[in-house]
Design a protein around this ligand. Structure first.
Ligand code: T5A
Ligand code: NA
Length: 220
């Protein structure tokens, strides 16, 4: 890796059950294998939001499993705080040249809360200043196909009508990211089989895998 490059920050977003965690793990393995093979590919770390292991993450987990009730504003701020807990870690990894993969990020935070009727700008505000992704892979799938996949319906938001509303906000966010010109937003057809999705993902990731130039941007 040339010393003028830093690690790329790559985020996977999309509807529930669209295969994000499956593909995040495949991509993580692929990048790690390249590194192990001695290629010029940098190190890679995989983060998942919400990170249910922290004190804040445990409150989020109880809420998602409907074991606790929280005001819509309060849970929104907890999701955001859960990202801020890891913001300096993300920045440090990128500066060291490590690729950071995130399974969901700020865009999920905005989409799920705005869908409930909280004002879009209010939802965006606590995310402002977080490290901005260089690439967001948006997993596009119809709620019907997602619903046919294993495990759907177990958690609070996994209902078709919720997912349709969430998708509308994601579309708005995708347009905003593209208009800002900071970081790329690439739609992935997540309805295909696992191997096909992995190949589509790799086409978007490969150009960034050896590192990117310039400093890390901040969200919006
Ligand atoms: N949330 C999240 C907020 O409200 N605000 C926030 O700020 C954040 C970060 C939990 C909830 O929290 C909300 C959004 C969510 O409602 P989570 O922990 O990411 O978020 O949710 P999970 O339940 O872990 O993950 P998802 O439901 O989103 O599923 P994935 O990761 O998209 O899908 P995955 O990979 O687990 O696959 C689902 C099933 O499909 C199969 C898999 O084997 C699995 O059984 N599958 C495929 N089947 C056919 N073809 C393919 N290509 C397949 N790929 C996977
Ligand atoms: Na997941």
């Amino acid at each position: 890796m040339s010393s003028s490059k830093r690690g790329a920050f790559i985020v996977i977003e999309g509807l529930d059950r669209s295969g994000k965690s499956t593909q995040a793990s495949l991509l993580h393995n692929r990048l790690q294998d390249l590194q192990d093979a001695g290629a010029t590919t940098p190190k890679v770390v995989l983060l998942k939001f919400p990170d249910r292991t922290t004190a804040i993450g445990k409150m989020i987990d109880a809420y998602l499993r409907s074991e606790s009730e929280l005001d819509d504003h309060a849970i929104h701020l907890l999701f955001s705080a859960n990202r801020w807990e890891l913001a300096s870690t993300i920045t440090a990894h990128l500066a060291q040249g490590t690729i950071v993969l995130a399974d969901r990020y700020a865009f999920s935070g905005i989409a799920f809360s705005a869908r409930k009727g909280l004002p879009y700008e209010w939802c965006r505000a606590p995310e402002v200043g977080l490290p901005a992704p260089d690439l967001t892979l948006f997993f596009n799938i119809s709620p019907e196909v997602a619903a046919a996949r294993g495990g759907y319906g177990l958690e609070r938001y996994e209902k078709e009508e919720v997912q349709k509303g969430v998708r509308q906000v994601f579309d708005k966010i995708g347009r905003a990211v593209q208009e800002e010109g900071e970081g790329k937003w690439v739609e992935i057809d997540a309805g295909k089989n696992k191997e096909e999705v992995a190949e589509e993902l790799w086409k978007a990731v490969e150009p960034l895998a050896s590192g990117v130039k310039g400093s890390v941007s901040k969200l919006w």
